[in-house]
Design a protein around this ligand. Structure first.
Ligand code: XIL
Length: 632
């Protein structure tokens, strides 16, 4: 590449380099070489570095054109005088790029002696505060390191938008920098909508992050196939919602460090999208060991403060949950927040609580909740407060991964049953981060193991939601295992369909393989070009198209004077069996999804003649087990 081009409608073609990234915002490793409109491109041969700045504030970095090193030609951009690892050259995007459009950023990076860098992204949110995320990490080596086609985008809600280079210390050189608009690719219009296929079964939804909104094709896929529910991928987690600066300011002003201050500014783009398109939202997540700042558990909200005691943490928890729901209600009264992951990932595979401790870089296993409470006794108050403050119609879930492994599964059931008896929980979230591997027999969990978990969760009488579905194949294996993945997805969906009466939502953790937290293992059902993979076809094959249930919620649970036709026959199929007991529990737990006729309600009211209650379900089960010889 020679010379510099600004906003010229040219094509460029770049090779592919394998990159790994942790991807809160934007992704890398596009499959094909990029061709698209070049927005800006320079090899610094003309000595012009004027479109680059340092990061402002305390950043002492000085930028110049240098002949010390060059990846192409004889010059590159030199960033010298860096005093912190997060200092470095920044390129402002929102003056040359459009919102809601995706761009590829490519560049060469080098340290003077060793390269240790990251490509990052920064913007100011609606609260005016800067937010950061890493686009490409681990740009390490002893020579020029190439970043190819790191995807970046921003929305109208973001201002002062930059990409910048950071990491390591000492001088940093940049060469062959370009920003290219990702060419729009059409989606397949003529294939059936997943959400239509499953309309009679459960909601079909996906997680979305703000950067997803910028790809028109991506969002067209989201709306066509997975438009019944949105989960905000990262921005409704505690580390996004808790506002450290505001917490400190409030504490300083009032002396009160039990009333956490919060902000939904990072989630705004996705919530506005849900509001505009009238899509119900799953809240993810209130109480979690991960993506929760350590200072939340410390005296005075200080990073290095002493751990607070249980009483103070309970107050913080209550006030946090209260503020969370009240703020959502105030900002988004139109949105149907229909489900909420109250507690996420609290149990280990052996059924024990996590180890106590804080989050340290590189190891996110320990739980500060356990550190403060000594055990998992924080779970029940979390549900108690969520029940107290969640809006009507917002169902409360416990959510976990590896939820099909015995120790964890049994513990979740024990906990959920107890919470259910106390009226505190409505459902179980099966994250379902699965691994199809290279053959059905090697897959983990096996479809049978997964089905066993569905059966056991269903037997609790609680609702089930599949909350974060994806199924990986071996890393960097191209399309080789697509058919294996399809076979696996099909078997998993067969199991879910078998339990359709207990499952109210199936939510994918993403849509296209390239924009996934497990992108290198291509876990989703559409590819980076928005084309349906074999896995898509495998889950719509052989599915009986059922009529969608009436969307009119009914809380009908009384017989309105109707006489029973067959005592115990809640579903009016002229039989008394376990399905009747389950229907009663479902109607009690989730009346907006499960309905019962007046005749059914009359049949179901087997004890006390007081409308249907869980005691009726219990009595039917006792009767079926022969513990009671007559109903009532
Ligand atoms: C993941 C996000 O997708 C990533 O972007 C982030 O870096 C880490 O978290 N279980 C959960 C989700 O409950 O919140 C996680 O999401 C995936 C595992």
């Amino acid at each position: 590449m020679k010379g510099k081009i600004l906003a010229a409608a040219l094509s460029t073609s770049m090779g592919l380099s394998a990159l790994t990234a942790s991807i809160p915002m934007g992704t890398v490793a596009a499959d094909s070489a990029a061709t698209g409109k070049v927005i800006y491109s320079t090899d610094f041969e003309d000595g012009d570095v004027s479109l680059f700045t340092n990061r402002g504030g305390d950043d002492t970095t000085e930028l110049s054109a240098s002949e010390d090193f060059a990846s192409s030609g004889s010059k590159s951009l030199l960033a010298s005088g860096r005093s912190e690892s997060w200092n470095g050259p920044a390129f402002r995007l929102d003056t040359v790029c459009e919102p809601n459009t995706q761009y590829y950023v490519s560049a060469k990076i080098k340290g003077r002696y060793y390269t240790n860098a990251m490509l990052s992204f920064q913007y100011s949110g609606t609260d005016g505060k800067p937010k950061y995320s890493n686009l490409v990490q681990n740009l390490n080596g002893s020579d020029w390191i190439t970043v190819t086609n790191a995807k970046v985008s921003f929305t109208e809600d973001m201002t002062d938008v930059y990409v910048y280079f950071e990491g390591g210390d000492g001088d940093m050189f940049i060469d062959d920098f370009s920003i290219v608009e990702v060419p729009a690719k059409p989606i397949e219009e003529d294939i059936e909508s997943l959400s239509d296929v499953y309309a009679g079964y459960f909601r079909m939804g996906t997680a979305l992050t703000p950067s997803d909104l910028s790809s028109k094709s991506f969002m067209a896929l989201a709306q066509k196939h997975l438009g019944d529910s949105v989960t905000v991928g990262n921005e409704m987690k505690p580390d996004s919602v808790l506002d450290h600066e505001a917490c400190l300011a409030y504490f300083e002003e009032t002396g009160d460090d039990t009333t956490p201050q919060i902000s939904f500014s990072a989630a705004t783009p996705v919530l506005n999208y849900a509001k505009k398109n009238n899509i119900p939202v799953r809240i993810h997540t209130l109480v979690w060991h991960s993506q929760t700042p350590n200072w939340f558990f410390k005296e005075g909200y200080a990073d290095d403060g002493a751990w607070v005691d249980k009483d103070k943490m309970l107050k913080r928890m209550e006030n946090y949950i209260k503020a969370y729901f009240e703020t959502l209600e105030k900002l988004y009264p139109e949105i149907d927040f229909y489900a909420c992951d109250v507690v996420n990932e609290a149990w280990l595979e052996d059924g024990n609580p996590r180890q106590p401790g804080e989050q340290v870089s590189g190891s996110y296993e320990k739980s500060a909740w356990v550190k403060v409470f000594g055990d998992n006794s924080f779970i029940e108050p979390a549900f108690t407060y969520a029940r107290k403050y969640a809006p009507e119609g917002c169902k409360l879930y416990y959510n976990d991964y590896n939820e099909y492994m015995d120790g964890k599964l049994n513990k979740i059931i024990e906990m959920a049953t107890d919470l259910k008896e106390k009226g505190l929980i409505d459902g179980i979230g099966m994250q379902s981060h699965l691994d199809a591997r290279q053959s059905l027999s090697a897959s983990f969990p096996s479809p049978a193991m997964y089905k066993n978990a569905l059966a056991k969760y269903a037997a609790t009488g609680l609702d089930i939601q599949i909350t974060e579905l994806d199924a990986t194949i071996p890393e960097n294996s191209g399309t080789q295992y697509y058919d294996v993945q399809a076979e696996y997805y099909s078997a998993i969906f067969d199991a879910i369909v078998e339990y359709k009466d207990y499952v109210s939502a199936v939510i994918f953790w993403g849509i296209t393989d390239d924009i996934s937290w497990r992108a290198s293992q291509r876990p989703l059902i559409f590819d980076a070009d928005f084309k349906a993979k074999p896995a898509y076809y495998s889950i719509i094959d052989d599915v009986e198209r059922l009529e969608a249930p009436s969307t009119q919620p009914t809380t009908q649970s009384t017989s309105d004077g109707k006489e029973p036709t067959l005592l115990g026959d809640a579903n009016c199929d002229e039989k008394v069996n376990l399905a009747d007991a389950i229907l009663i529990m479902q109607v009690k737990a989730n009346p907006s999804k499960y309905t019962i006729t007046q005749e059914g309600a009359a049949n179901a009211d087997v004890v006390d003649n007081d409308g249907i209650t869980n005691l009726d379900a219990l009595e039917i089960q006792k009767y079926l087990l022969g513990l009671d010889t007559v109903l009532g």
